[in-house]
Design a binder for this molecule. Structure first.
Ligand SMILES: *Cc1c(COP(=O)(O)O)cnc(C)c1O
Length: 384
């Protein structure tokens, strides 16, 4: 490992990400495409590199992001496949978005007007060669964004079809409760969505190319909801959507490890306070190791006095509070532990096989597994 990564690095396994996508692909119908959800820098794993790696994978239709800036960054880095912005896009971004073939999600009438005007202007200038593709969001229970699956929603779609410079490429919904044991809610919502889409197609005599509703949890537990495309997020990164999602249907491999090195070892007597506030005081002579990582790197402060890391295959408990850039662990019972030793903050120890998964780290810190990887900060280099 290069010297410059000694402090801390996130090791991202591209092959594992491809393996996870393949596992999901096997669980859905042959014709169904996958939209790789790479928002929030691919849940902290590094969106640019991951999207670049998926350009050649035939069943990956394209990518989903949350903001226009995330989409622009991909285009700036030679990512050519379609990109869908899952949330609302503000008008300042429309020109560049349409020129670069980035699809907005639409659900407000003013968006249709503005997008149509913008597309018309670009077509007249020769900067856009065809109608701008849009995806319509339908709200089936998140109460977040989207048109309602009723007469008002149907009217929105009728209106959308009147615009000369827009083309409805997709219609989608997002399940609020696909990651639960009881799947009755998601099945009900899927039926509601299907029925609404059937109505739209027959009423307007159209065929919408991409109907999509499934997220990671539904890909695993409700593959019959796959339709033309599924949107895979958290499972791509080898993490489980929730404890209730069955783990024996799709095989997933972890994709990220967080590795650091001990920078100082000191032996202190009983009665020594450790870190801010002295919230931990040694009760016996103790060997303390300092790790040069903190909540400034996205390592949760809530692991103070709670979490542990792996050194030489053994657990070393966190002593006292996690600081912004450093924290201390107990290596009294780890023979030979010394400065420069590798420290596994998340991942598997190669010798003992002991593992700190994102789920475990999430549980210990009172957070979601993917909230945790999303929050690994910019100052932690990603190594692929
Ligand atoms: C984030 C997101 C997804 C991906 O969800 P996962 O549970 O991570 O698979 C899919 N669709 C929409 C609309 C989202 O916002």
């Amino acid at each position: 490992m290069l010297e410059e990564y000694s402090r801390v690095y996130a090791k991202v396994d591209i092959e594992a990400i491809k393996y996870n996508l393949m596992s999901m692909k096997k669980n859905i119908p042959d014709h169904t495409k996958i939209m790789a959800v790479v928002k929030t820098d691919a849940y902290g794993h590094g969106a640019i590199r991951i999207a670049q790696e998926l350009e050649e994978v035939d069943y990956i239709w394209g990518y989903a992001v949350a903001t226009a800036e995330e989409a622009f960054e991909l285009r700036d880095n030679a990512v050519k496949k379609p990109i869908l912005i899952l949330g609302y896009t503000f008008p300042y971004a429309y020109e560049r978005m349409l020129i670069e073939g980035i699809r907005p999600t639409v659900f407000r009438k003013d968006m249709l007007n503005e997008l149509n005007d913008c597309a018309g202007k670009l077509i007249a200038r020769g900067e856009l060669s065809s109608k701008a593709p849009v995806h319509i969001a339908v709200d089936t229970g998140m109460s977040r964004i989207g048109i309602t699956p009723d007469d008002a929603g149907a009217e929105f779609v009728r209106d959308a079809l009147k615009y000369d410079n827009l083309q409805i490429e997709g219609v989608f919904t997002h399940f609020a409760r696909a990651d639960e044991k009881d799947l009755s809610n998601v099945k009900e919502k899927e039926a509601l969505f299907s029925k609404f889409v059937d109505r739209l197609e027959s009423e307007n005599n159209i065929k919408i190319p991409f109907k999509h509703c499934a997220n990671s949890a539904s890909i695993i537990a409700v593959p019959e909801s796959s339709m033309d495309m599924v949107r895979a997020g958290v499972t791509m990164y080898g993490m489980w959507p929730s404890e209730d999602v069955p783990k024996d249907i799709v095989d997933l491999k972890p994709t990220m490890e967080l590795i650091s090195h001990i920078v100082m070892i000191k032996e202190v007597p009983a009665g020594t306070p450790v870190s801010y506030g002295g919230t931990f005081v040694t009760d016996k002579p103790t060997k303390i190791a300092t790790i040069p990582v903190g909540y400034g790197d996205g390592y949760p402060r809530s692991l103070s006095n709670k979490g542990y890391v792996l050194i030489r295959g053994k657990r070393a408990n966190i002593l006292g509070r996690v600081c912004m850039d450093q924290f201390m662990v107990d290596v009294t019972d780890i023979p030979g532990a010394c400065e420069g030793d590798e420290v596994v903050l998340m991942g598997k120890d190669k010798t003992s096989g002991e593992e700190i998964s994102a789920e475990l780290l999430g549980n210990m810190s009172g957070r979601f597994n993917y909230e945790l990887t999303c929050d690994i900060s910019k100052r932690v280099p990603r190594i692929f």
